[in-house]
Design a protein around this ligand. Structure first.
Ligand code: FIX
Ligand code: ZN
Length: 416
C-alpha cells in the first residue's frame, strides 16, 4: 500500500483517486447554523425542517404567486411542509438545488421519496433521537466537525451557555457579531441587560465595554473565530459609520488579542421582502477596496472572507493574492449551486493554489450536512482532478499521498 500511494498516477487513475480521497476525508465544515444537541430545540432536524428551509419557502412562493405569505406562515409547520412537498415535488420536478438536496438526504437515509403523503417518512424521523441522528448525519456526510453560529444576545441560546453542559466536540463555537454591532445604538439595551455598561455614544468607555463583551463571550464559548455578515454598503475607512468604528476599534483588537480569525461575510441585502422572513434577504455587489484596506491596515489580523456576489468572488481572489492575511472561503448561499461552485473553485485553484477554503455548508437543518457535502464533493472533486490531470500532462508526478495532503489542507483545517 505504501508504495502505491507514493507511485505517480497515470492520467486516467487521477479522477478515481481524487474521488476516493475526497469521499474518505472527514471534513471540517467552517460555517453552519447547526447546534450541539445540548441546545435542544435550537438544533433543527427532520423532514418538516428540511421542507420548510427558507430556500424552499422562497421557491414555493414562486410556484404559487397567489399564495399570501401570512396565510402560509399561519399554517403549522407540518402543513407548511406538506404544501412545499405538493407544489415543488409532486406537481413539478424538483430540479432546484434546494429541492434536490431534500431528495439526496432521503436517498442517503435509504428512504423512498416517491409519495404524495409524508406520514410514512415522518414516522421514520420520529423513530430517531437528536443525538443518535447527529451520529447518523455526521457518519453519512463524513464530517469531523462543524462550526456553529452562536449569538449570546439570543436569550434562547444564552440560557444554555449560562448553564454547564458537556460540549459535543463535533460542534465548535463561533461568536456571531451581528446582533451586537449592527444598527447601533439598537443593541445598547440588550448589552446593558447583560451587564455591559455601554451607552449610545461611542465613547472610550462604551468601546471598552463592547471589547469586554466580545472577550468574555469568546472565552466562555471557546469561540474559534468571530463572524459578521455585512451589507454591500459596508466600507472601511468610513468615519461616518458606527459599524465600521465598532468593527475596527472593538472586534479587530479582540480577535488579535485572542489570536482568532475575523470572518467577514459581505454582500447581504437584508429583508428586501420582509414578508418572506428568513427567505427575504437578497444580495448586492460589495466593495473589495474595503477588504483590501482592512487587510492592509490590520496586517496582524487574519480575515476569513466570503462574499455573496459572483463578481466579488473574482475580485476577492485577486485581493487575496495581494494580502496573505485574507483567506477566501466557501461558495456562500446564492453561490452554493453546482454551476457556480465549479466556476469559483476552478478560479480559486488557478489564482490561489491551495490557500483558500473551497466550501462550507451553511447548513441550517442538521440533515442538510448530508446533501450539501454530497453535492459539493461531486463538484469540487472533478475540478481538482482536472487540475491534477493538467499537472500530470506537464510531467509532474501526481500521487495519492499528495492528493490526500492537499485535500486535508483545503477541507479539513480549522480557521487559524
Ligand atoms: O449570515 C449568514 O450566516 C447567512 O448564511 C444566513 O443568514 C442565511 O440565512 C443562510 O443560511 C444562507 O445560507
Ligand atoms: Zn450562514
Amino acid at each position: 500500500m505504501e508504495k502505491t500511494i507514493n507511485t505517480p498516477l497515470l492520467p486516467d487513475q487521477i479522477a478515481p483517486v481524487v474521488e476516493r480521497e475526497l469521499s474518505t476525508l472527514p471534513i471540517v465544515d467552517i460555517h453552519t447554523h447547526t447546534f450541539d444537541p445540548a441546545f435542544g430545540p435550537l438544533l433543527l432536524w427532520g423532514l418538516d425542517e428540511l421542507l420548510t428551509y427558507h430556500y424552499l419557502v422562497a421557491e414555493l412562493f414562486r410556484a404559487r404567486p397567489d399564495l399570501k405569505p401570512e396565510s402560509f406562515w399561519s399554517l403549522p409547520k407540518p402543513r407548511q411542509a406538506d404544501l412545499v412537498w405538493h407544489e415543488l415535488f409532486r406537481l413539478r420536478s424538483p430540479l432546484s438545488e434546494a429541492c434536490r438536496g431534500v431528495l439526496t438526504v432521503l436517498n442517503r437515509l435509504g428512504l423512498n421519496p416517491d409519495t404524495d403523503r409524508l406520514e410514512t417518512l415522518r414516522t421514520w424521523f420520529r423513530s430517531q433521537t437528536p443525538r443518535q441522528y447527529t451520529d447518523t448525519v455526521f457518519r453519512l456526510a463524513n464530517i469531523r466537525k462543524v462550526y456553529m453560529t452562536n449569538d449570546p444576545l439570543d436569550p434562547t441560546e444564552r440560557v444554555v451557555w449560562e448553564q454547564h453542559f458537556d460540549r459535543d466536540p463535533r460542534f465548535e463555537a463561533v461568536l456571531r457579531l451581528d446582533s451586537a454591532l449592527m444598527k447601533w445604538p439598537e443593541p445598547v439595551s440588550t448589552l446593558r441587560t447583560l451587564g455591559y455598561d455601554v451607552e449610545e455614544a461611542l465613547t472610550g468607555k462604551t468601546l471598552a465595554e463592547i471589547r469586554r463583551y466580545l472577550s468574555e463571550w469568546i472565552d466562555r464559548m471557546d469561540a474559534r473565530y468571530a463572524a459578521i455578515s455585512l451589507p454591500p454598503t459596508f466600507h472601511y475607512p468610513d468615519t461616518d459609520s458606527a459599524l465600521t468604528l465598532l468593527y475596527t476599534r472593538c472586534v479587530l483588537p479582540v480577535c488579535r488579542e485572542k489570536q482568532i480569525p475575523a470572518a467577514l461575510m459581505i454582500g447581504v441585502k437584508k429583508q428586501v421582502n420582509p414578508a418572506l422572513r428568513l427567505a427575504g434577504d437578497s444580495l448586492g455587489r460589495s466593495d473589495v477596496d474595503t477588504v483590501e484596506a482592512l487587510a492592509r491596515d490590520f496586517p496582524d489580523c487574519r480575515f476569513w472572507v466570503t462574499m455573496l456576489s459572483r463578481e466579488n468572488m473574482h475580485e476577492l481572489c485577486v485581493a487575496a493574492r495581494k494580502f496573505a492575511n485574507l483567506v477566501p472561503f466557501g461558495c456562500w448561499w446564492f453561490l452554493n449551486n453546482p454551476s457556480l461552485i465549479e466556476e469559483i473553485t476552478a478560479m480559486r485553484l488557478e489564482l490561489l493554489g491551495l490557500s483558500f477554503v473551497p466550501q462550507h455548508s451553511d447548513a441550517r437543518v442538521l440533515d442538510q450536512l448530508i446533501y450539501k457535502w454530497d453535492h459539493s464533493r461531486r463538484i469540487i472533486g472533478p475540478v481538482l482532478a482536472r487540475k491534477y490531470h493538467d499537472l500530470a500532462t506537464a510531467g509532474w508526478p501526481v500521487t495519492a499521498t499528495a492528493i490526500r495532503r492537499d485535500l486535508a489542507a483545503l477541507l479539513a483545517r480549522d480557521p487559524a
